[in-house]
Design a protein around this ligand. Structure first.
Ligand code: PGA
Length: 251
């Protein structure tokens, strides 16, 4: 059985004060229910990781970073290493988000290096893939997903391959209010699992979690997460408000 995972991707939102305010409110809400069957992860900006890590101690809410560099340390001005985020109690790191691919020219090969480094330092990578609107309209969705899986997720040992998390985020659904239908998500995600099974075997592919991301809201998530190959969600906009993220965690 795969444990469902719901992760909040705050992107470049929330100062330290806003982070404190969110976590104060979110902890009150989440303590009122008993969610043992799902992992919940907050991924704030780097500057909020320390305060978040202090506030989440002794809770079962986990912490993740939104990015990292491919070296442990060195002359890489402006970058953050896996060791640094691990020190802040991050268990997860989002890699290869479509915004990183688009604005920072990250390629599948580069994302692959990051993923290997993350695993080396004991972090669980949440590797994002997904087609653009144009690619979908040109019927290239499966081709694109296959390429991304085969290249960004290459070179793993079987043990490593069983640990990672994939997030299927169709680019046309991110921040647009236009989520993929549950059927579209299931179709893409069962395909992703199949490609992964061809790389690392069916057993390994059945163990990993594949999240859906793109305009998740409390109202649309129940049907999406009920799909066989949807093991959770990566939530952007709707994770910025404690009540709406709480509702998503509880659907
Ligand atoms: P969204 O973002 O929920 O605002 O569409 C999802 C993401 O980018 O991870």
């Amino acid at each position: 059985m795969r444990k469902q995972l719901i992760a909040a991707n705050w992107k470049m939102y929330k100062t330290i004060l806003e982070t404190k305010d969110f976590i104060d409110k979110f902890l009150i809400l989440i303590k009122s229910v008993n969610i043992n069957n799902r992992e919940i992860v907050l991924c704030p900006p780097f500057t909020s990781l320390y305060v978040a890590s202090e506030m989440l101690k002794n809770t079962n809410i986990k912490l993740g970073a939104q990015n990292m560099y491919i070296e442990e340390k060195g002359a890489f001005t402006g970058e953050i290493s896996p060791v640094m985020i691990k020190e802040l109690n991050c268990e997860y790191v989002i890699l290869g988000h479509s915004e990183r691919r688009k604005y920072f020219n990250e390629t599948d090969e580069f994302i692959n290096k990051k993923m290997l480094m993350a695993l080396k330092y004991g972090l669980i990578p949440i590797v994002c893939i997904g087609e653009t609107l144009q690619e979908r309209e040109e019927n290239k969705t499966f081709e694109v997903l296959k390429y991304q899986v085969e290249n960004s997720l290459a070179n793993l040992t079987h043990e490593q391959a069983a640990k990672i998390v994939i997030a299927y985020e169709p680019v046309w659904a991110i921040g647009t209010g236009k989520n993929a239908t549950p059927q579209q998500a299931e179709e893409a995600q069962s395909f992703i699992r199949e490609v992964y099974a061809n790389m690392y075997g069916k057993d390994v592919a059945e163990r990993i979690r594949i999240l859906y991301g793109g305009s998740i809201k409390p109202e649309n998530f129940k049907e999406i997460i009920s799909q066989k190959n949807v093991d959770g969600g990566l939530v952007g906009g709707a994770s910025l408000d404690p009540e709406s993220f709480f509702k998503i965690c509880c659907v």
